[in-house]
Ligand binder design. Structure first.
Ligand SMILES: Nc1nc2c(ncn2[C@@H]2O[C@H](COP(=O)(O)OP(=O)(O)OP(=O)(O)O)[C@@H](O)[C@H]2O)c(=O)[nH]1
Ligand SMILES: [Mg+2]
Length: 435
């Protein structure tokens, strides 16, 4: 090929490289195609000149080759400006096409669990998972919570999610939830005897308890499913087969919000600092929901003094050395904790004792006071952690970090709106354990 044609090819290559990558916007199309058009005109002039000289001086076979080259380049240019999907107009276009087809394969290949699961495998991870108990009807709230947890933390860590339900999750539920995260998501069915009211519970006594509570206008007073949920969270979730591989969990509920970026791994923090339980908000329980709980706890302590830690957090629970319960508990809709603690001999014996009294159904014992009392008595006080830097909301309360932690976390909450030192907060009692 002559020098002129080479010059033309250079012009054309320039025209190809000048194509804007975002052809779906009007502005970029106009700018790009105008520039491309000028360069192509120059190229046409050059090719025409070259072709004429070849035609005039060359043999018939050379004329034929020249015509084919001009035809191919002309068609190629025509396609490149007519169809967006025809993207091979330059070297960069070629490489873009190659890379993007690779990426698409990786994202869409759902069987390739290793790629999805180990996408951050170079960084250290704890043996941990998110846990979310919910109904199919909670779908939108579940999506909100998961998106918040993913955006503020898990998109960089890809810890798995375990979602549990006493009914099978619908296809639509599983599809929408799986789109929210690149991490593995496991959907589990709760065994019947871990969820429903046991046969040996005296239903007449349970009904009388519900009616008494309804008369006192206590929230969820008449709800049996709510009691099932509290009992499941107290004594069974950590026995679910999908949670057996894991030690640490982060409990998430529908419609909660995480306000701040978390730039470190709280699971590893728990592991490395020998923590077993953590919280963001603490407050008093409604006394009418647990009228006999503390008497039951004291009875258990009398039977099993060997399970009570010497450096425990009894002073968080009681203002009189354990005689009465001050109702303080950690709000369990947020928990990052160690399931081996719940699986321990001490906690198992404690839960079995509570269960034998039937208080989950005759009263409305919540998993929050049950977990809190156990953590305060069977763990050392320094094994309980307040995640001051995790901005978190579950209606109607929130914890918002302040000062450096607020800035570093790019927090979206109002730092003045935080439950920490609200008149009903039990945080001062927790902090007093360490002064
Ligand atoms: N599968 C299932 N999950 C439930 C049921 N009841 C509650 N949950 C879940 O258990 C957790 C606690 O229930 P919530 O209704 O949020 O109880 P709460 O936090 O005390 O009260 P509010 O959030 O103020 O309604 C949430 O993750 C719920 O999605 C139920 O009947 N079935
Ligand atoms: Mg809730």
């Amino acid at each position: 090929m002559s020098d002129n044609c080479l010059l033309g090819a250079l012009f054309y290559g320039g025209a190809g490289l000048a194509r804007c990558p975002h052809r779906n916007t009007v502005t970029s199309m106009t700018t790009c195609d105008t520039l491309s058009g000028y360069l192509f005109l120059l190229f046409l002039l050059s090719v025409t000149f070259d072709t004429m000289s070849v035609f005039l001086s060359a043999s018939p076979s050379k004329r034929y080759i020249t015509l084919v080259i001009v035809l191919v380049i002309g068609l190629h240019y025509l396609f490149s400006i007519t169809y967006d999907s025809y993207g091979v107009s330059s070297l960069s276009g070629l490489s873009d096409q190659f890379l993007s087809s690779n990426t698409t394969d990786r994202v869409l290949d759902v069987d390739d669990i290793d790629v999805r699961y180990y996408s951050n495998y170079t960084e250290r991870r704890a043996n941990a998972t998110f846990v979310l108990l919910c109904r199919n009807s909670d779908l939108n709230g579940v999506i909100n919570s998961m998106q918040s947890a993913e955006d503020r933390f898990n998109r960089r860590y890809n810890y798995p999610w375990v979602l549990l339900n006493e009914e099978p999750f619908t296809e639509q539920f599983m599809h929408r939830v799986s789109l929210i995260t690149r991490a593995p998501v496991h959907f589990g069915l709760i065994p019947r005897d871990h969820w429903f009211q046991p046969e040996w519970i005296d239903e007449n006594k349970a009904r009388a308890g519900r009616q008494k509570m309804m008369a006192q206008r206590i929230i969820y007073a008449g709800s049996v499913p709510y009691r099932n949920m509290c009992r499941f969270n107290s004594g069974f979730f950590f026995h679910h087969e999908l949670l057996q591989p894991y030690r640490y969990y982060w409990r998430v509920e529908p419609d909660v919000r995480f306000f701040c970026d978390l730039e470190y791994d709280p699971f590893l923090y728990m592991q490395e600092h020998d923590k077993v339980y953590s919280f963001t908000i603490s407050l008093p329980e409604w006394e009418p929901t647990i009228p006999t709980l503390w008497a039951t706890v004291k009875e258990f302590m009398g039977l099993h003094p060997e399970y009570i830690q010497s450096h425990n957090a009894m002073d968080f629970l009681s203002n009189d050395g354990g005689n009465t319960y001050n109702l303080c508990h950690f709000w369990s809709n947020f928990e990052i904790a160690d399931m081996d603690f719940w699986r321990s001999e001490a906690y198992q014996a404690f839960f079995d004792f509570l269960e034998s009294k039937g208080g989950f159904y005759y009263e409305r014992w919540g998993d929050a006071p049950v977990h809190s009392i156990a953590a305060a008595l069977f763990a050392r006080r320094d094994q309980i952690h307040f995640f001051r830097d995790i901005g978190y909301r579950h209606d109607p309360f929130q914890h918002c970090p302040s000062g450096e932690q607020f800035d570093a976390g790019h927090c979206a909450c109002d730092p003045k709106d935080t439950f920490d030192y609200h008149q009903n907060s039990c945080l001062p009692k927790f902090e007093a354990l360490f002064t």
